[in-house]
Design a protein around this ligand. Structure first.
Ligand code: ADP
Ligand code: MG
Length: 755
């Protein structure tokens, strides 16, 4: 039994050592080392992959395809890679855990082994003791056998002894029993240990399975990584191939360019040769240039000085001619004006207005001659009275006909922009234009509007904003003519506005409008008159003058009478002074344009005025008859002209005498109720116009013919007309329309008077 037990124990120990060697840390350690090595290898591979990846990224960054799908794919792959790395990291952590567990297990196993060793030692000791006792017992038995005579005794003793032996046996048996129990216990322990071993084997199997799983996982990760690396490798190859093909294409283009450049170079070579040739010849020329230049300069200088000399002489000649022409033109103009007469009298009939009322009072009393635009017939108290003026404007005559239209248009000519002033002149306005031209030439000019209040004086002179009158149109003309001469002449234009009210002269533009101004003789002995303290404004356009006008209007004295609500009781004067300087000759001229809106000419009794109004009317009548007298005296070329009889004529003395020109616009109303005033106005007009003229004045009479009239005169003289026997005598105050209504009759009449 002991032997079998021993054998069993030995067997157990062997098994244990086998298990130990099997289970021992070495295997797990080996496995761990293997895994670590594998890990290290994988890490190396990963590093290499990362390096490759970086290289690929660098290539991609260098490559122009920034938005290509590879980038996105790459990003995906990188993400997968990082995922895998994370997984590997997790697996590593698990591995470390497992290592720890294995370590714990190994420790426990070592403990169990130690305990087993102790119990084995104990058992060997026990066995030793038992075998010693067994030997002692056997020796005792053998000694007993060798002493047979003493058997009885011995038996006895044996008996005695046997009792003792029996006890010893019993003891031995109990001892054996105890040992058996011990063996059973040991068996139990062994069984437990076996169970423990089994469980640890199970754990080991589990661990192995886990390790296998991890290995498989690692394998899979590795495979995936390999695949990805493969894909990346392919990607890299593809990118390289693409880059290569692109580079090839670029290379091809570069080659082509090179070929082009080569051919260019080939074609340029001859050009270069010719350029070199040119350059050489130019170099030669440059070398010779200073000499040539000096030569040319010398000859050019000579030529230029000659040309300058020629131009100078031509200029002198031209200047001389120009001055002569200027003199001639002035002479001609003066002669023309003189022939026409310095004083022109026009009549204008205003239309019947609402203010004239209705019924027979407002009936039209004025008719015109269809053939003669200078004749007008007035029906007064049942009698027709005819008047002849220089020109008569019917009610339908527009402001343009009386004035003129000036259009300024911009035109493109030869690349430059020109301003053309187009003057639309009705035949009549030629008079106004002639006056403006004279003024610019340095003559004094007057334009008067005469007539009863409400006859249209202000309308004719000033007009309305939409339909301006003579003032505006004459000034427009003045400025446009001045602009036209701006190349040779410098003009300074100033305006003054004055009013004569009750024989007192007042400055309409001054700071003290109530202040009475005096007219004085120039102290320089030139005989010129001037008004000290009269404000003058320098103007550059019609707009400037209009502003001055508006300013003056505010101050003008206007009062209501029962004839016209806004009847003007004063003479209004706008004095435009034009000072010119001919830049080429240094000639200076000064001309004055006086635009006068006279006060109403109606008689006192008619207007029903009293007191101060009566005084006003008396002053007005006095000054108007003085004006009539002056004009009459001038036109009949009397030695004495009564300028000093009124402030008006005195102020305008230098603009009425000498070479001055005057236009009188006589305004009349056509209404039946105004016929006596109309008659007075027309008589005044005829008085200043139809003067019995001497031989010189006769020329003026002839001069008032129009070119059309001259033609007709020629026809008459040549006996072309049936009315060649003209009736003698002038019947201009009451010519019978039946007898003398035709144009030729009028001309014949003129012919007769002019001889
Ligand atoms: P005056 O200045 O002689 O007192 P206005 O010029 O004030 O007279 O004219 C009196 C009225 O007659 C104004 O309403 C004016 O518009 C009108 N009138 C005068 N002449 C004409 C005309 N030719 N055409 C139209 N209306 C006119
Ligand atoms: Mg008026």
């Amino acid at each position: 039994q002991v032997e079998t037990l021993k054998a069993k124990l030995l067997e157990q120990a062997q098994e244990i050592s086998r298990l130990r060697s099997e289970l021992g840390g070495t295997d797990a350690e080996k496995h761990r080392d293997l895994l670590a090595a594998e890990n290290e290898r994988l890490r190396q591979e990963m590093k290499a992959c990362e390096g490759e990846l970086r290289e690929l990224q660098r290539q991609q960054q260098q490559a122009p395809c920034r938005d290509c799908p590879h980038l996105q794919e790459n990003a995906g792959l990188q993400e997968q890679l990082s995922q895998l790395q994370r997984e590997v990291e997790e697996a590593r952590a698990k591995l470390v855990e497992l290592d720890l567990e294995v370590q714990q297990k190994t420790n426990r196993l070592a403990e169990v082994e130690l305990r087993l060793k102790d119990s084995l030692a104990e058992r060997a000791e026990e066995e030793e003791r038992l075998s010693r006792r067994l030997r002692d017992s056997q020796e005792t038995i053998a000694s007993l056998k060798s002493q047979p005579q003493q058997i009885k005794y011995i038996i006895k003793t044996v008996e005695v002894e046997s009792a003792k032996a029996k006890q010893a046996l019993c003891e031995t048996q109990s001892r054996n029993q105890y040992l058996l129990e011990q063996v059973g216990m040991q068996k139990q322990v062994l069984k437990e240990m076996e169970q423990q071993l089994q469980s640890s084997q199970k754990t080991e199997a589990q661990l192995r399975a886990q390790i296998m799983m991890y290995e498989a996982e690692l394998e899979r990760a590795h495979g995936q990584m390999l695949e990805e690396m493969q894909a990346m490798e392919e990607e890299k190859n593809r990118a390289i191939e693409e880059a290569f093909s692109r580079a090839q294409v670029e290379m091809k283009a570069v080659h082509e360019n090179l070929a082009g450049v080569r051919t260019n170079l080939l074609t340029l070579q001859p050009a270069l040769r010719t350029l070199t040739h040119d350059y050489n010849s130019l170099k030669r020329q440059v070398r010779d240039f200073p000499l040539l230049l000096q030569e040319t300069l010398r000859s050019a200088r000579a030529e230029i000085s000659q040309a300058i000399e020629e131009v100078h002489s031509t200029n002198r000649e031209l200047l001389r001619k120009y001055r002569r022409e200027l003199q001639l033109r002035k002479k001609c103009h003066n002669e023309l004006v003189r022939l026409k007469g310095n004083i022109r009298v026009f009549g204008r009939v205003r239309p019947i207005t609402k203010e004239d009322g209705e019924g027979p009072e407002a009936a039209n009393a004025v008719t015109f001659d269809a053939d003669d635009d200078a004749v007008l017939h007035l029906l007064h108290k049942g009698k027709q009275v005819s008047f002849e003026l220089d020109k008569v404007f019917p009610p339908q005559a527009s402001q343009e006909e009386v004035g003129a239209t000036v259009h300024t248009v911009g035109v493109k000519w030869g690349g430059s922009h020109l301003l053309l002033t187009l003057l639309c002149l009705p035949q009549v306005f030629q008079e106004v234009q002639a006056l403006v031209t004279s003024c610019i030439d340095g003559y004094n000019v007057c334009i008067f509007a005469y007539g009863q209040t409400g006859a249209g004086k202000t309308y004719t002179m000033e007009g309305t904003a939409a339909n301006p009158g003579i003032n505006q149109r004459a000034l427009q003309l003045l400025f446009s003519e001045v602009r036209g001469k701006a190349a040779d002449w410098d003009y300074t234009i100033t305006v003054s506005a004055a009013e004569i009210y009750n024989e007192a002269l007042r400055d309409l533009l001054g700071k003290e409008p109530q202040e009475k101004l005096e007219i004085k003789l120039c102290p320089d002995g030139s005989g010129q008159l001037y008004v000290p303290g009269l404000t003058e404004f320098r103007v550059q356009s019609v707009e400037d003058i209009n502003k001055v006008f508006e300013f003056g209007h505010v101050k003008r004295v206007t009062e209501c009478t029962n004839l016209n609500e806004h009847s003007s009781r004063s003479h209004a004067l706008l004095i435009v002074t034009v000072r010119g300087l001919d830049r080429s000759t240094g000639l200076r001229t000064t001309g004055k344009l006086n635009l006068v809106d006279l006060a109403g000419s109606e008689r006192v009794g008619r207007s029903g005025a009293e007191g101060s109004r009566l005084r006003e009317a008396q002053h007005i009548n006095k000054s108007l008859s003085a004006l009539g007298d002056v004009i009459y005296a001038l036109r009949s070329r009397q030695g004495h002209v009564p300028f000093r009889n009124s402030k008006l004529t005195y102020l305008l003395q230098d603009s009425l005498s000498g070479d001055s020109k005057t236009l009188m616009m006589v305004q009349v109303s056509p209404a039946e109720k105004n016929t006596s005033e109309t008659l007075c106005s027309l008589k005044f007009a005829e008085r200043v116009r139809s003067v019995e003229l001497g031989p010189v004045s006769r020329k003026a009479e002839l001069g008032s013919w129009t070119s059309q009239e001259h033609l007709e005169v020629l026809k008459i003289l040549l006996g072309d007309s049936p009315g060649s026997t003209a009736p003698p005598g002038r019947a201009h105050t009451s010519p019978s329309p039946g007898q003398l209504s035709s144009r030729s009759a009028s001309i014949r009449r003129k012919l007769h008077t002019s001889g």
